[in-house]
Every structure is written in C-alpha cells, then in structure tokens.
Write a protein that binds this ligand. Structure first.
Ligand code: CP
Length: 294
C-alpha cells in the first residue's frame, strides 16, 4: 500500500511505471473491471474541485471500487471538526484508501504519517498536485513519444500553483527542460533554481503550459486588471500564432477564458486541454491501483 503525497524526489523509473500502467488502462476497452472489488475509497475534498474529484470517482468506479464522497461543506467540518479527526473517522469506518484535497500546504505529510490507510494527494495548497502533473506528463508522452528532451514553458501564477511545482519536479526527473514565465509578484520564492524566461522565449517551447490566475489565493491588488494580465502574460491568438508548429498548448483548468488564454485557443488544433482531462481517468486508475496493490 502506497500513498502518493508528491512527485518531488520520485525517480524516473517510478514515474514511468505509473505512466505505463496508465497507458494500459487507457487502452483497456472494458468500461469497468473488478480489480478493486470490495475496496472502499473515500474522496475527501476540503477544497472545491470538478476535474480531479470526478476523474478520481470515474477511475475508482472503473476499477470496481466502492466509492464514498466527502465534501467539507456538507460535513461536520462546518461544526469545527479538524481534518485529522475527519480522516480518522473515515478510517475507523473501514476505508482502504483516501483521496484528499486540502487548502493548506504542509499538513499532508504529517496527516499521512498518522493514519493507517494510503492517501493520495489531490492538491494541497500551493505545494503539489501530483496526479495533475502525471496526467500532464502522460499527455506530453502520448503526443511526443517521450518527455525527455522537451522544453516545457510554464506560464503564469507560479507562486500559487501546485501544478507548476509537481510538474517542475517530475519533468526534470524525466529529462525535460522546465522554464517558468511569470510577473514578478507571481514568481515562486521556494524554487531558487527555477529558470525564468520572457514571454517571447516561452512561445518557442515545445509545450506552452498556461496556468490559471488563482484569484481566490491572491492578496488584494496582486492583479492590476484581467486585461492588463492578458496583454502581458496571456496566450493571445496573436502570440499563439508565433508558437512552433509542432508545439502544444496545455492548461490544467479551470480556465479563465480571455485572461490567461484566449477563448478561441482553448479548443484549437494545438490545444490538449480536454485531452488532459480525458487522460486524468487512466492516470488516476494507475495511481489508485498502485495505492491498493498488495
Ligand atoms: N485541474 C484541477 O485540479 O481542476 P479541479 O480544481 O476542477 O479539480
């Protein structure tokens, strides 16, 4: 039984093994299998989600698991119950694994050490979002054949992005070059070795990964205006026309259309945004199976 708390420090071998198993599930034509029959998996979301929550649920159901869905707003968290007590409560009832999304960064490691069931990080604050990065890697590998040697430019609100951090660690482990592009007030202070480039340089990457401007995490005044941001750091149609022809556009979504990416580009020929969402299911099947495999 193995938790997945983050991708920092994960070897290329381990990453590849997760992606290979995702490819197996991707190619699997049966809609539902009984690999996790009689296993109970709880989706514990202390922060809102659409893609991650539902693709985990799809993945669990495709593997034949019994699924319990916990939403903080409809739980005793509203009465002040702690994250730890909530997870212990579900554990005491007999869950076999927990998928967990948390608002604060830095509490997941401690929580995982205190409970007996494997936990899978579905996003913890601005720290890591490992399954998002795995599906991003899977999308790149499916398109280009391999991740090694790619130049991936991650553009936007790096400061608040757990997606950027998980991708930063995993892409480098697999031999890709990672560059960031961000306004000064959205650069990550915890990644001193990160390489920042201009928007013009970023447009020459093989993968142009746009990030959502995370307004809900911003201090007042961080963003002058949505239009100002779009003009300086948005992937506009005019900028996209200067990308390499073989390059792809990615975005973890949800998307602020016409802020970090123009509306017309979201489903353009070079965009992999909905393919990323599609790939989330087999990737999460691989991760859940890994957590519960004996
Ligand atoms: N990409 C992602 O994590 O989306 P959700 O917040 O909808 O899960």
């Amino acid at each position: 039984q193995r938790s997945l708390l983050g991708l920092k420090g994960m070897s290329a071998h381990e990453l590849t093994s997760i992606l290979d198993r995702a490819a197996y599930w991707d190619a699997h034509t049966e809609k539902q299998v009984s690999v996790l029959q009689s296993k109970f998996v709880a989706n514990m979301f202390f922060e809102n989600s659409t893609r991650t929550r539902f693709s985990f649920e799809m993945a669990e159901k495709r593997l034949g698991a019994e699924v319990l869905n916990f939403t903080a707003a409809a739980s005793s968290v509203e009465k002040g119950e702690s994250i730890y007590d909530t997870v212990r409560t579900l554990e005491s009832m007999g869950i076999d694994a927990g998928i967990i999304r948390l608002k604060p960064a830095g509490v997941l490691q401690e929580l995982a050490a205190k409970v007996g069931v494997p936990l899978i990080n579905a996003g913890d604050g601005n720290n890591e979002h490992p399954t998002q990065a795995l599906l991003d890697l899977y999308t790149m590998r499916s398109h280009f054949g391999e991740v090694k040697g790619l130049h991936v430019a991650i553009i936007g609100d790096i400061l608040h992005s757990r997606v950027a951090r998980s991708n930063y660690w995993a892409l480098q482990a697999l031999g890709a070059k990672v560059s960031f592009c961000a306004p000064d007030n959205m650069k990550a202070e915890d990644l001193p070795d990160a390489h920042y480039i201009s928007m013009e340089e970023a447009l020459q990457a093989d993968v142009v990964m746009m990030l959502r401007v995370q307004l809900e995490r911003h201090a007042t005044g961080m963003l002058k205006s949505a239009e100002d941001y779009r003009l300086q750091y948005g992937l506009t149609e005019e900028r996209a026309a200067r990308m390499k022809k073989h390059a792809i556009i990615m975005h973890p979504a949800p998307v602020n259309r016409n802020v970090e990416i123009d509306d017309a580009l979201v489903e353009s020929a070079q965009s992999k945004i909905f393919t990323q969402m599609q790939n989330g299911v087999p990737v999460r099947m691989s991760v859940i199976e890994r957590a519960l495999r004996n």
